[in-house]
Design a protein around this ligand. Structure first.
Ligand code: G4F
Length: 321
Protein backbone atom coordinates (compact mmCIF):
# COMPACT_ATOMS: atom_id res chain seq x y z
CA UNK A 1 0.00 0.00 0.00
CA UNK A 2 1.31 3.46 -0.85
CA UNK A 3 1.68 5.54 2.30
CA UNK A 4 1.13 9.28 2.57
CA UNK A 5 1.90 11.47 5.56
CA UNK A 6 0.02 14.77 5.88
CA UNK A 7 0.53 17.72 8.17
CA UNK A 8 -2.49 20.00 8.43
CA UNK A 9 -4.88 17.06 7.96
CA UNK A 10 -7.66 18.70 10.01
CA UNK A 11 -7.77 21.73 7.69
CA UNK A 12 -9.75 22.27 4.50
CA UNK A 13 -7.05 21.01 2.13
CA UNK A 14 -5.98 18.19 4.46
CA UNK A 15 -9.49 16.79 4.57
CA UNK A 16 -9.96 16.89 0.77
CA UNK A 17 -6.51 15.43 0.15
CA UNK A 18 -7.01 12.63 2.71
CA UNK A 19 -10.34 11.76 1.06
CA UNK A 20 -8.73 11.76 -2.40
CA UNK A 21 -5.80 9.57 -1.32
CA UNK A 22 -8.05 7.08 0.48
CA UNK A 23 -10.05 6.73 -2.73
CA UNK A 24 -6.78 5.94 -4.50
CA UNK A 25 -6.10 3.17 -1.99
CA UNK A 26 -3.43 4.99 0.04
CA UNK A 27 -2.66 4.40 3.65
CA UNK A 28 -3.10 7.93 5.09
CA UNK A 29 -1.25 9.10 8.19
CA UNK A 30 -2.17 12.51 9.52
CA UNK A 31 -0.30 14.56 12.09
CA UNK A 32 -2.18 16.58 14.70
CA UNK A 33 -0.87 18.87 17.42
CA UNK A 34 -1.88 17.88 20.90
CA UNK A 35 -4.48 20.28 22.21
CA UNK A 36 -7.52 19.98 24.40
CA UNK A 37 -9.73 21.00 21.48
CA UNK A 38 -8.43 19.35 18.27
CA UNK A 39 -11.28 19.55 15.76
CA UNK A 40 -11.93 16.55 13.53
CA UNK A 41 -15.06 18.18 12.13
CA UNK A 42 -13.86 18.03 8.50
CA UNK A 43 -12.66 14.43 8.88
CA UNK A 44 -15.57 12.83 10.67
CA UNK A 45 -16.76 10.88 7.61
CA UNK A 46 -13.34 9.27 7.05
CA UNK A 47 -11.79 9.39 10.52
CA UNK A 48 -11.91 5.63 11.06
CA UNK A 49 -9.87 5.09 7.88
CA UNK A 50 -7.02 7.38 8.94
CA UNK A 51 -4.01 6.85 11.16
CA UNK A 52 -3.69 9.93 13.38
CA UNK A 53 -0.31 10.64 14.99
CA UNK A 54 0.73 13.29 17.49
CA UNK A 55 3.50 15.60 16.32
CA UNK A 56 4.35 19.23 15.90
CA UNK A 57 6.07 21.33 13.26
CA UNK A 58 7.80 23.17 16.11
CA UNK A 59 9.37 19.94 17.32
CA UNK A 60 12.12 18.47 15.16
CA UNK A 61 12.32 15.20 17.09
CA UNK A 62 8.63 14.39 16.64
CA UNK A 63 8.94 14.79 12.86
CA UNK A 64 12.01 12.57 12.64
CA UNK A 65 10.38 9.80 14.68
CA UNK A 66 7.21 9.88 12.57
CA UNK A 67 9.23 9.66 9.36
CA UNK A 68 11.36 6.83 10.80
CA UNK A 69 8.34 4.89 12.02
CA UNK A 70 6.05 5.21 8.99
CA UNK A 71 8.51 5.64 6.08
CA UNK A 72 5.84 7.30 3.92
CA UNK A 73 6.19 7.34 0.14
CA UNK A 74 4.70 10.84 0.01
CA UNK A 75 4.79 13.72 2.48
CA UNK A 76 2.38 16.66 2.11
CA UNK A 77 3.18 19.67 4.28
CA UNK A 78 -0.12 21.54 4.47
CA UNK A 79 0.09 22.85 8.02
CA UNK A 80 0.40 26.61 8.46
CA UNK A 81 -1.32 29.49 10.10
CA UNK A 82 -3.32 30.32 6.97
CA UNK A 83 -5.25 33.51 7.82
CA UNK A 84 -3.12 36.31 6.39
CA UNK A 85 -4.14 39.26 8.67
CA UNK A 86 -3.36 37.30 11.86
CA UNK A 87 0.26 36.86 10.75
CA UNK A 88 0.88 40.58 11.30
CA UNK A 89 -0.10 40.18 14.95
CA UNK A 90 1.91 36.97 15.39
CA UNK A 91 4.98 37.40 13.18
CA UNK A 92 7.27 35.20 15.27
CA UNK A 93 4.82 32.31 15.58
CA UNK A 94 4.09 32.59 11.85
CA UNK A 95 7.81 32.40 11.08
CA UNK A 96 8.31 29.45 13.39
CA UNK A 97 5.51 27.28 11.97
CA UNK A 98 5.10 28.47 8.39
CA UNK A 99 8.80 29.07 7.62
CA UNK A 100 11.00 27.07 10.03
CA UNK A 101 8.39 24.28 10.16
CA UNK A 102 9.19 23.61 6.50
CA UNK A 103 12.91 23.40 7.24
CA UNK A 104 12.22 21.00 10.11
CA UNK A 105 10.09 18.63 8.07
CA UNK A 106 12.55 18.73 5.17
CA UNK A 107 15.34 17.92 7.61
CA UNK A 108 13.27 15.02 8.93
CA UNK A 109 12.83 13.72 5.37
CA UNK A 110 16.56 14.10 4.66
CA UNK A 111 17.65 12.38 7.88
CA UNK A 112 14.98 9.71 8.30
CA UNK A 113 13.57 8.82 4.89
CA UNK A 114 15.07 10.70 1.91
CA UNK A 115 13.25 8.47 -0.61
CA UNK A 116 9.96 10.16 0.34
CA UNK A 117 8.47 12.57 -2.18
CA UNK A 118 7.72 15.94 -0.59
CA UNK A 119 4.99 18.48 -1.36
CA UNK A 120 5.12 21.99 0.09
CA UNK A 121 1.95 24.10 0.27
CA UNK A 122 3.32 27.32 -1.19
CA UNK A 123 1.07 30.30 -1.88
CA UNK A 124 0.42 33.13 -4.31
CA UNK A 125 1.23 35.41 -1.34
CA UNK A 126 4.93 34.83 -2.13
CA UNK A 127 4.49 37.19 -5.11
CA UNK A 128 3.26 40.02 -2.84
CA UNK A 129 3.68 43.26 -4.74
CA UNK A 130 3.79 41.46 -8.03
CA UNK A 131 6.68 41.89 -10.41
CA UNK A 132 4.70 40.73 -13.43
CA UNK A 133 1.13 39.89 -14.45
CA UNK A 134 0.21 37.09 -14.78
CA UNK A 135 2.57 35.32 -12.39
CA UNK A 136 4.29 32.10 -13.44
CA UNK A 137 6.75 29.68 -11.83
CA UNK A 138 9.60 32.04 -12.79
CA UNK A 139 8.11 35.31 -11.50
CA UNK A 140 10.45 36.85 -8.89
CA UNK A 141 9.19 36.56 -5.31
CA UNK A 142 8.38 39.85 -3.60
CA UNK A 143 6.36 39.01 -0.48
CA UNK A 144 4.94 41.56 1.94
CA UNK A 145 3.85 40.72 5.45
CA UNK A 146 4.89 37.88 7.76
CA UNK A 147 2.68 35.25 6.07
CA UNK A 148 4.01 35.79 2.55
CA UNK A 149 7.58 36.13 3.82
CA UNK A 150 7.32 32.86 5.76
CA UNK A 151 5.81 31.08 2.74
CA UNK A 152 8.63 32.44 0.55
CA UNK A 153 11.18 30.93 2.95
CA UNK A 154 9.41 27.55 2.77
CA UNK A 155 9.31 27.83 -1.01
CA UNK A 156 13.04 28.47 -1.29
CA UNK A 157 13.94 25.78 1.25
CA UNK A 158 11.97 23.25 -0.77
CA UNK A 159 14.00 24.22 -3.85
CA UNK A 160 17.19 24.04 -1.78
CA UNK A 161 16.53 20.46 -0.60
CA UNK A 162 15.70 19.47 -4.16
CA UNK A 163 18.85 21.00 -5.60
CA UNK A 164 21.37 20.24 -2.87
CA UNK A 165 20.13 16.97 -1.36
CA UNK A 166 18.45 15.57 -4.43
CA UNK A 167 15.16 15.07 -2.59
CA UNK A 168 12.02 14.84 -4.73
CA UNK A 169 10.60 18.07 -3.31
CA UNK A 170 8.24 20.51 -4.96
CA UNK A 171 6.06 23.48 -4.17
CA UNK A 172 2.52 24.05 -5.36
CA UNK A 173 2.04 27.82 -5.66
CA UNK A 174 -1.68 27.79 -4.96
CA UNK A 175 -3.99 30.75 -5.42
CA UNK A 176 -7.08 31.07 -3.21
CA UNK A 177 -9.06 27.84 -3.05
CA UNK A 178 -12.37 27.54 -1.28
CA UNK A 179 -15.15 25.12 -0.40
CA UNK A 180 -17.92 24.52 2.13
CA UNK A 181 -15.10 23.41 4.45
CA UNK A 182 -13.37 26.82 4.33
CA UNK A 183 -12.98 28.62 7.68
CA UNK A 184 -15.62 31.27 8.39
CA UNK A 185 -13.00 34.03 8.64
CA UNK A 186 -12.09 33.85 4.92
CA UNK A 187 -14.08 36.14 2.68
CA UNK A 188 -15.83 33.55 0.48
CA UNK A 189 -17.23 31.60 3.39
CA UNK A 190 -17.95 34.78 5.34
CA UNK A 191 -20.12 35.91 2.41
CA UNK A 192 -21.89 32.59 1.68
CA UNK A 193 -22.55 31.96 5.37
CA UNK A 194 -23.58 35.59 5.94
CA UNK A 195 -25.98 35.59 2.98
CA UNK A 196 -27.55 32.31 4.14
CA UNK A 197 -28.01 33.75 7.65
CA UNK A 198 -29.74 36.82 6.23
CA UNK A 199 -32.01 34.69 4.04
CA UNK A 200 -33.01 32.64 7.08
CA UNK A 201 -33.69 35.77 9.14
CA UNK A 202 -30.74 35.09 11.47
CA UNK A 203 -28.90 38.34 10.59
CA UNK A 204 -29.73 41.74 9.13
CA UNK A 205 -26.44 42.79 7.55
CA UNK A 206 -22.98 41.58 6.58
CA UNK A 207 -19.93 43.72 7.38
CA UNK A 208 -16.99 43.36 5.01
CA UNK A 209 -13.76 45.14 4.06
CA UNK A 210 -12.71 46.17 0.57
CA UNK A 211 -15.36 45.15 -1.96
CA UNK A 212 -13.09 46.00 -4.89
CA UNK A 213 -10.34 43.55 -3.79
CA UNK A 214 -9.86 40.85 -6.42
CA UNK A 215 -8.78 37.24 -6.06
CA UNK A 216 -8.57 34.09 -8.14
CA UNK A 217 -10.94 31.68 -6.35
CA UNK A 218 -10.90 27.99 -7.26
CA UNK A 219 -12.36 24.87 -5.65
CA UNK A 220 -10.18 23.19 -3.00
CA UNK A 221 -11.34 19.72 -4.11
CA UNK A 222 -9.77 20.39 -7.52
CA UNK A 223 -6.54 21.78 -6.09
CA UNK A 224 -5.65 18.71 -4.00
CA UNK A 225 -5.56 16.68 -7.23
CA UNK A 226 -2.86 19.02 -8.52
CA UNK A 227 -0.85 18.41 -5.31
CA UNK A 228 -0.97 14.68 -5.88
CA UNK A 229 -0.15 14.96 -9.59
CA UNK A 230 2.94 17.00 -8.73
CA UNK A 231 4.32 14.02 -6.80
CA UNK A 232 3.63 11.56 -9.67
CA UNK A 233 5.95 13.20 -12.24
CA UNK A 234 9.37 11.95 -13.32
CA UNK A 235 11.12 15.07 -12.09
CA UNK A 236 10.16 17.30 -9.13
CA UNK A 237 9.13 20.79 -10.22
CA UNK A 238 7.15 23.73 -8.85
CA UNK A 239 3.75 24.60 -10.30
CA UNK A 240 1.37 27.56 -10.21
CA UNK A 241 -2.14 26.24 -9.50
CA UNK A 242 -5.03 28.62 -10.17
CA UNK A 243 -7.96 29.21 -12.51
CA UNK A 244 -6.36 32.23 -14.23
CA UNK A 245 -9.56 34.26 -13.66
CA UNK A 246 -10.14 36.90 -11.01
CA UNK A 247 -13.31 38.27 -9.45
CA UNK A 248 -13.92 41.05 -6.95
CA UNK A 249 -15.41 40.65 -3.49
CA UNK A 250 -18.34 42.65 -4.95
CA UNK A 251 -18.83 39.94 -7.65
CA UNK A 252 -18.71 37.35 -4.88
CA UNK A 253 -21.46 39.16 -2.92
CA UNK A 254 -23.54 39.59 -6.06
CA UNK A 255 -23.29 35.86 -6.87
CA UNK A 256 -24.06 34.61 -3.36
CA UNK A 257 -26.94 36.99 -2.56
CA UNK A 258 -28.63 36.83 -5.96
CA UNK A 259 -28.54 33.01 -5.81
CA UNK A 260 -30.70 33.35 -2.70
CA UNK A 261 -32.95 35.89 -4.39
CA UNK A 262 -31.48 38.84 -2.44
CA UNK A 263 -29.88 42.15 -3.48
CA UNK A 264 -26.49 42.40 -1.73
CA UNK A 265 -26.64 46.22 -1.84
CA UNK A 266 -29.37 46.13 0.80
CA UNK A 267 -27.32 44.09 3.27
CA UNK A 268 -23.58 44.49 2.75
CA UNK A 269 -21.89 47.24 4.78
CA UNK A 270 -18.25 48.22 4.29
CA UNK A 271 -16.45 48.41 7.60
CA UNK A 272 -12.95 49.84 8.14
CA UNK A 273 -12.18 47.03 10.61
CA UNK A 274 -11.99 44.52 7.77
CA UNK A 275 -9.83 46.56 5.39
CA UNK A 276 -6.22 45.41 5.04
CA UNK A 277 -3.46 47.98 5.61
CA UNK A 278 -1.91 46.78 2.34
CA UNK A 279 -3.97 45.04 -0.29
CA UNK A 280 -2.21 42.75 -2.78
CA UNK A 281 -3.31 43.79 -6.24
CA UNK A 282 -3.10 41.93 -9.52
CA UNK A 283 -2.56 38.50 -8.01
CA UNK A 284 -3.31 36.67 -11.25
CA UNK A 285 -1.68 33.37 -12.02
CA UNK A 286 -0.95 31.61 -15.29
CA UNK A 287 -1.80 27.90 -14.90
CA UNK A 288 -0.38 26.94 -18.34
CA UNK A 289 2.42 24.76 -16.96
CA UNK A 290 0.03 22.78 -14.73
CA UNK A 291 -2.34 22.34 -17.70
CA UNK A 292 0.45 21.15 -19.96
CA UNK A 293 2.66 19.02 -17.72
CA UNK A 294 0.20 17.73 -15.12
CA UNK A 295 -2.83 17.60 -17.37
CA UNK A 296 -4.63 19.41 -14.53
CA UNK A 297 -7.59 21.71 -15.06
CA UNK A 298 -10.14 23.05 -12.59
CA UNK A 299 -13.58 21.47 -12.92
CA UNK A 300 -15.61 23.91 -10.81
CA UNK A 301 -16.08 27.50 -12.00
CA UNK A 302 -16.54 30.60 -9.82
CA UNK A 303 -20.37 30.75 -9.86
CA UNK A 304 -20.71 27.01 -9.31
CA UNK A 305 -18.29 27.20 -6.39
CA UNK A 306 -20.19 30.03 -4.70
CA UNK A 307 -23.50 28.25 -5.24
CA UNK A 308 -22.08 25.03 -3.77
CA UNK A 309 -21.00 26.98 -0.67
CA UNK A 310 -24.31 28.85 -0.35
CA UNK A 311 -26.24 25.58 -0.67
CA UNK A 312 -24.15 24.01 2.07
CA UNK A 313 -24.45 26.97 4.44
CA UNK A 314 -28.16 27.41 3.86
CA UNK A 315 -28.97 23.73 4.52
CA UNK A 316 -26.60 23.50 7.46
CA UNK A 317 -28.01 26.61 9.16
CA UNK A 318 -31.58 25.53 8.47
CA UNK A 319 -30.90 22.24 10.27
CA UNK A 320 -29.65 24.15 13.31
CA UNK A 321 -32.66 26.46 13.64
O1 G4F B 1 -10.31 35.27 2.04
P1 G4F B 1 -9.13 36.06 2.39
O2 G4F B 1 -8.93 36.34 3.84
O3 G4F B 1 -7.88 35.33 1.74
P2 G4F B 1 -6.36 35.79 1.40
O4 G4F B 1 -5.90 36.85 2.34
O5 G4F B 1 -6.27 36.10 -0.05
O6 G4F B 1 -5.52 34.47 1.72
C1 G4F B 1 -5.91 33.16 1.33
O7 G4F B 1 -5.37 32.82 0.07
C2 G4F B 1 -3.93 32.79 0.01
C3 G4F B 1 -3.51 32.41 -1.40
O8 G4F B 1 -3.87 31.12 -1.71
C4 G4F B 1 -3.39 31.80 1.03
F1 G4F B 1 -2.04 31.80 1.00
C5 G4F B 1 -3.89 32.17 2.41
O9 G4F B 1 -3.48 31.19 3.37
C6 G4F B 1 -5.41 32.20 2.40
O10 G4F B 1 -5.89 30.91 2.12
O11 G4F B 1 -9.19 37.49 1.66
C7 G4F B 1 -9.39 37.60 0.28
C8 G4F B 1 -9.63 39.05 -0.11
C9 G4F B 1 -8.60 40.03 0.43
O12 G4F B 1 -8.25 40.89 -0.61
C10 G4F B 1 -9.33 40.82 1.52
O13 G4F B 1 -8.89 42.15 1.69
O14 G4F B 1 -10.88 39.49 0.43
C11 G4F B 1 -10.74 40.81 0.94
N1 G4F B 1 -11.77 41.04 1.95
C12 G4F B 1 -12.73 42.04 1.88
N2 G4F B 1 -13.51 41.99 2.98
C13 G4F B 1 -11.95 40.36 3.09
C14 G4F B 1 -13.05 40.96 3.74
N3 G4F B 1 -11.30 39.29 3.60
C15 G4F B 1 -11.73 38.79 4.79
N4 G4F B 1 -11.09 37.70 5.30
N5 G4F B 1 -12.79 39.35 5.47
C16 G4F B 1 -13.49 40.43 5.01
O15 G4F B 1 -14.44 40.95 5.63
Amino acid sequence: MTKAFLTGITGQDGSYLAEFLLEKGYDVIGMVRRSSTVSFQRLRHIQDQLEIVQGNLHDQGSLISILEQYQPDEVYNLAASSFVPISSHQPVLTGDATALGVARILEAVRLAYPQARFYQASSSEIFGTVQEVPQTETTPLNPRGPYGIAKAYGHWMTKHYRQVFNIYACSGILYNHESPRRGLEFVTRKVTHGAARIKLGLAKELRLGNLEARRDWGYAGDYVKAMWLMLQQEQPEDFVVCTGETHSVRDLCESAFSYLGLDYLEYVVQDDRYFRPVEEKLLVGDPAKAHKKLGWKPTVGFKELIQMMVDYDFEDLKRQI
